[in-house]
Design a protein around this ligand. Structure first.
Ligand SMILES: Nc1nc2c(ncn2[C@@H]2O[C@H](COP(=O)(O)OP(=O)(O)O)[C@@H](O)[C@H]2O)c(=O)[nH]1
Ligand SMILES: [Mg+2]
Ligand SMILES: [Zn+2]
Length: 369
């Protein structure tokens, strides 16, 4: 579990000598945290609720509020974040006062609030995009997932689960591989525990892996299989706390014995693209490659003369559905960007309206024209 030997970390640093029990903690974080002197401790957010986070600190999981200052500037801790906690022993509580720099983060376009980006998990090394054989298997949906994951900075890996239900999984793997490019596609069965060992290269000590994918594809079953015990309820059964009440508290982060960490479903339900232009280019790299020789620099590859992408489709080098997906996702991205701009403009308008009202009130009050 530990990255460092006892001798390296004990003694000279009494405040955070045991940070190596926070999975994923590293020297960069240590450096960033060294700016905090006094009654601060580092931790990692394991789940996020409305106003409280559960935070893994050396040896325990504690609850912590979010400081007013952080809320004011709109900084939201999310699962996977490394945070700075202020201990308030007189109140018997802890408060998250800052978020340490994120190495990678997974986000989606926020629904219904003008298109702002919403971060949903941070500091992920790898993201397992989980799908299963049968009706969940949808190449177009996988393309969306790939786009989002690419723009997160984490490494995507596609898991094809429930192969125990499929006669010819190799055929499906081939189909997926076709749209996935260099992304590994791994067939497995979480239930019958076949193919799990192929995942070990992605589960190194200190690495964080998130599982995303539709409900029912087997993410929780997979986590249980890795932990060798039932830690995560499967099939959406609600959890009870020790007093027997229903709670919405669902654990999200699971340290493995070797020091890797799994994060279950950090909450991508609707797959909105958000700010994923770079992700789109990676997810459709064959189109980007073919576009290098288009006659026009701003070619949209729809009906322009001298379009080498359309030529590649014509020649059967790029499937038509791939280009159609690319167009669909590009349109969506443009739409979202516009929506975000309109949202910002509306916000500004409202702000001006409020200022105008304030000025009126002020004039009334002072009696000035
Ligand atoms: N046949 C089969 N069923 C599976 C497999 N993995 C999961 N399941 C079943 O699929 C259902 C949903 O699994 P769950 O882990 O809750 O999915 P989640 O919503 O992605 O977390 C459960 O009934 C599991 O037992 C598998 O490899 N093979
Ligand atoms: Mg689940
Ligand atoms: Zn073109």
């Amino acid at each position: 579990m530990n990255n460092h030997s006892e001798a390296e970390t004990s003694g000279h640093n009494p405040v955070h000598s045991d940070t190596n029990t926070i999975p994923g903690w590293n020297e960069e974080l240590e450096l960033a945290f060294s700016a905090y002197k006094g009654s601060y401790t580092p931790g990692r957010v394991t789940s996020r609720h409305k106003t409280v986070c559960e935070v893994l600190v050396p040896g325990a999981v504690v609850q912590a509020g979010i400081s007013g200052a952080l809320q004011k500037i709109g900084k939201q801790p999310v699962v996977g974040d490394f945070v700075v906690l202020l201990d308030q022993p007189e109140l018997g509580s802890r408060m998250i006062v800052n978020i340490l720099p994120r190495r990678t983060y997974l986000s989606r376009g926020a629904a219904g609030n003008g298109g702002g980006e919403q971060v949903i998990a941070a500091n992920l090394d790898t993201i397992f995009i989980v799908t299963s054989v049968g009706k969940d298997l949808n190449l177009r949906r996988l393309e969306r997932y790939l786009t989002i994951v690419y723009s997160s900075g984490a490494r995507p890996v596609i898991l094809l689960n429930k192969i125990d239900l499929e006669d010819n999984p190799a055929r499906l793997v081939e189909k997926i591989q076709f749209i996935a490019g260099n992304v590994p596609v791994i067939p497995l069965s979480a239930l019958s525990k076949t193919g799990l060992d192929t995942l070990s290269p992605y589960l190194n000590p200190g690495e964080t892996v998130a599982l995303i994918g539709s409900s029912g594809v087997g993410k929780s079953t997979l986590i249980n299989a890795f932990l060798g015990e039932t830690v995560q309820r499967t099939s959406g059964i609600r959890e009870d706390d020790e007093k027997g009440r229903h709670t919405t508290t669902v654990r999200q982060m699971f340290p493995l014995p070797n020091g890797a960490v799994l994060i279950d479903n950090p909450g991508i339900r609707e797959i909105q693209l958000g700010d994923s232009a770079d992700g789109l280019e990676k997810a459709f790299s064959e189109i980007v490659d073919a576009a290098r020789n288009c006659k026009f620099k701003d070619c949209t590859h729809r009906d322009e003369p001298g379009c080498t992408v359309l030529k590649a489709v014509e020649d059967g080098l790029i499937p038509e559905e791939r280009l159609a997906s690319y167009h669909r996702l590009t349109d969506e991205l443009i739409f979202q960007t516009k929506k975000a701009e309109i949202g910002l403009k509306r916000l500004e308008k409202e702000r001006f309206k409020k200022i105008a009202v304030d000025i009126k009130k002020y004039k009334k009050f002072t009696g000035k024209p």
